[in-house]
Write a protein that binds this ligand. Structure first.
Ligand code: AKB
Length: 331
């Protein structure tokens, strides 16, 4: 009997590993819908619960469960975790760098208090937790080209401070309580069917839309400001691949992931191959100072060595896929 019970237990664990129930917070942001689509195809439509504090965009309703989740309300989170028997949380809720500077109090609540709730919840219920980090977790004292995984981190934005806090607290919960915490530091993410919400790297998305709509774009960063960037498909694939790595194979809990680095000028030159008459003007604002303190290029050798990270999109491939995607959207 005992061994049969053991076998049942093993099969349950195996099933949980192969078909985890995943809760995505902040799922109406830039990354949530795309990730839910991939995870639903992999683990089953009803195993991926999208959540946010806003109403879902139309098609989401038919594609699987969608619930109200306020990350500042611990009981609300407990209820969802228990009712759906959640195994993993992908914690996307956050205020980004530029918008965070405009509302520091709210950024502290969402990015810090919200994270505390998610960490505590994950510890209590034995949940595997992914929290994205960012190039913004570094600051003017960090080496910028390239920026290694482990180096000085003294960011000057509330967004960056909250992300360093998340990295450190997650790693602490890992070694203190055995929480399976995982984090990737993302570059600016570029996508055509979802918009970023108030970051410093948003220009690299906005310019595509303006090139298609008006043929004109005013850039808030100087032409030679180099930052790491990544196409959304690479970004979402990195999350899935990283989450599926067996726990014992990870040497660290927080990894840099790099794909490409470019300046506004380099991006606009490439875009002009598709929109030759594109008119660009530059009017740097407060975001310039933020960008100047961030990495120009990530060193991600450890992610490549430890769990096989490899990007597929460089600048040329990115611009091509963006125009193909936008063309189908604007038709
Ligand atoms: C931002 O610009 O704030 C984000 C990021 C790089 O984390 N896109």
């Amino acid at each position: 009997l005992t061994s049969r019970r053991c076998i049942h237990k093993l099969t349950d664990m195996q099933h949980q590993e192969e078909h985890p129930v995943v809760l995505i917070t902040g799922s109406q942001g830039q990354l949530g819908t795309g990730l839910a689509r991939i995870l639903r195809a992999r683990y089953g439509k009803n195993n991926v619960i999208m959540s946010d504090i806003v109403k879902p965009r139309e098609p989401i309703l038919q594609s699987g469960p969608y619930v109200y989740a306020d990350i500042l309300d611990f009981k609300n989170l407990q209820e969802i975790v228990v009712n759906y028997n959640v195994d993993w949380i992908i914690h996307f809720s956050a205020l980004l760098s530029a918008v965070g500077e405009q509302n520091v109090t709210l950024a502290m609540r969402v990015n810090i208090e919200g994270l505390h709730n998610i960490l505590e919840l994950s510890r209590q219920y034995g949940i595997k937790l992914f929290v994205p980090s960012t190039i913004g977790a570094f600051g003017p004292d960090s080496p910028r080209n390239p920026t290694p995984d482990i180096t000085i981190q003294r960011p000057r934005t509330i967004y960056g401070v909250s992300k360093v806090h998340a990295e450190l607290l997650g790693e602490y919960f890992n070694h203190r309580f055995g929480l399976d915490f995982r984090s990737l530091r993302f570059p600016g993410v570029i996508s055509y069917d979802s918009l970023p919400g108030g970051g410093t790297t948003d220009y690299a998305v906005a310019v595509f839309h303006e090139a298609m709509r008006t043929g004109r774009y005013q850039c808030y960063l100087k032409p030679d400001t180099m930052l790491p960037m990544m196409y959304i498909d690479d970004c979402l694939r990195s999350v899935v691949e990283f989450m599926e790595v067996p726990n014992q194979d990870l040497r660290m809990r927080t990894y840099n992931v790099q794909a490409m680095s470019f300046t506004p000028e380099e991006l606009f030159e490439e875009i002009k191959l598709y929109v030759p008459k594109l008119e660009i003007t530059y009017k740097p604002d407060a975001r310039q100072q933020i960008a100047d303190s961030w990495p120009m290029r990530f060193d991600d050798t450890r992610a490549r060595a430890d769990w096989g990270w490899s990007h597929r999109y460089d600048l040329k491939a990115l611009v091509k896929v963006m125009f193909e995607g936008l063309a189908s959207k604007f038709q």
